[in-house]
Write a protein that binds this ligand. Sequence first.
Ligand code: ATP
Ligand code: MG
Length: 245
Amino acid sequence: MGRLISIASGKGGTGKTTTTANLSLALGRMGHRVLAVDADLTMANLSLVMGIDDAGTTIHDVLSGNAEINDAIYQTSYENVDLIPAAIDWEHVKRADPRGLPGAIKPLKASYDFVLIDCPAGLQMDAMNAMLSGEEVILITNPEISCITDTMKVGIVLKKAGLAVLGFVLNRYGRSENDIPPEAAEEVMELPLLSVIPEDPKVREATLEGVPVVEYDPASDGARAFMKLAEEVDRIAGLKARVMY
Ligand SMILES: Nc1ncnc2c1ncn2[C@@H]1O[C@H](COP(=O)(O)OP(=O)(O)OP(=O)(O)O)[C@@H](O)[C@H]1O
Ligand SMILES: [Mg+2]
């Protein structure tokens, strides 16, 4: 049985999609079978970040009752990584019922080692349904106090809903001299800090090219930090497996 991990945050633009893509590639490279799911139904962009822009069947077709989930799974060009893309046109968005997300996604853990779910920000219905498709969650925050407190709120709600909060990622660190330092962020969040990802222009450059930075420039600071995150997630997964099974 694999792990279902939601990638979530309080505010938009913190790096959820970037983290989903890079963590997927990194775990895939380590030999794990990975499925990345675009569960951001209204602002989908995971497939663009992962270089797929011609998907016929998407998660939206599944949620509108017009396709089976297996028809929406695509092999990517990255080792061991499959992807469920989302549609971007409003017609598809209108017809898709987000309440179907958990039922559609959860059974997929039987076929993968990791199912990573790219969620919308916040606690609205779309976001809740996406986040509750996972059994565990990794929170993504930036080093600003309002971002940290909003992400904490999401963590508290998800914990109450029964998800295991694995910890948080401090992304885009070093952009401003007023950044909250990692130790302070960890103290405020009261959760394990899984990785600090520096602000790195290579990450943005990679996004624009449609190639995650761990592939685009593996030696960059950003790529190295995402690889470290993957090692940490793999380590936790191994520990949990030993304790639980
Ligand atoms: N560590 C980083 N350094 C530099 N740029 C970054 C970094 N992380 C993310 N970005 C850039 O920030 C932008 C937003 O990232 P991303 O789309 O992953 O955020 P998101 O949380 O998924 O946003 P949304 O809430 O809108 O879905 C992208 O252009 C991405 O390239
Ligand atoms: Mg996103």
